[in-house]
Write a new protein. Structure first.
Length: 241
């Protein structure tokens, strides 16, 4: 597998993974382990990584396979991917890569009431209560109204447990389940997330991500948070073409 091939995958993963919001509290540094399993077309793949965060808004993801790779991104969208084996580096700058532009940011920063929908331009359409849970339905901003229909968000007390995204026709294209919550020193955090993306009526991709081994502040190994790209690293360009 070529390093350039996995660039896009790493970028997309970095968007979905956590951000620095949790560290607005008493924790200046946070470390955790992630395991992601994806099933599609009868095949299952796994990916493991150690995740590191600082109160400055920096996130580092260290993967050991298929290459030992370090992914670093900031709240400003500065993304760097370094391949240790090839001594090569890719750099991009795009707010899509910001540590604050992902769902789990809202858990870690205790801003999970609407999971960032209102700040993204979505408008609350209705609120209903069924079987002890709160269901809110949101309409997208005008700019994407032709591509995306209703977003449904379900809360059990204060914690989101489900989100779904549909086309304007009403067809659901993605479902996300949040569960196995734990108390991370005052922050309720889902240690398991299952996502189902529907490519068609008969084709879907199932992804389950779990998080464990949380450490904080002085217990965090800071060598990768402070890692400096070697000056002689080969700079790669146009990685996703």
């Amino acid at each position: 597998m070529k390093f350039s091939y996995i660039f896009k995958c790493l970028c997309l993963l970095s968007i979905f993974w956590m951000s620095s919001g949790f560290i607005q509290g008493p924790h200046q540094l946070v470390q955790m382990h992630m395991l992601k399993r994806t099933a599609t077309n009868g095949y299952t793949t796994s990916m493991e990584a150690d995740l590191y965060y600082s109160s400055e808004g920096k996130m580092v993801t260290l993967m050991q396979a298929p290459y030992k790779t370090l992914v670093s991104n900031t709240s400003k969208g500065e993304l760097t991917i370094y391949n240790f084996d090839q001594n090569s580096v890719i750099s991009e700058n795009n707010y899509l890569y910001s540590t604050e532009s992902n769902q789990l940011y809202y858990f870690l920063s205790n801003k999970k009431a609407d999971m960032g929908l209102s700040s993204s331009g979505f408008v609350l359409k209705e609120t209903v209560f069924e079987d002890g849970v709160k269901i809110t339905r949101w309409t997208p901003p005008m700019q994407i109204a032709k591509q995306l229909g209703t977003v449904e968000l379900v809360h059990d007390k204060a914690n989101p447990i489900f989100m779904s995204y549909s086309l304007p026709s009403g067809q659901i294209i993605k479902k996300v389940y949040f569960y196995s919550y734990i108390d991370l020193k005052g922050v309720d955090f889902p240690t398991a997330v299952t996502e189902i993306s529907y490519r068609s009526e008969k084709d879907s991709v199932l992804t389950k991500t779990t998080y464990n081994n949380f450490t904080f502040n002085e217990e965090v190994d800071q060598q990768y948070l402070n890692f400096k790209i070697p000056a002689n690293a080969k700079v790669l360009t146009n990685p996703v073409k």
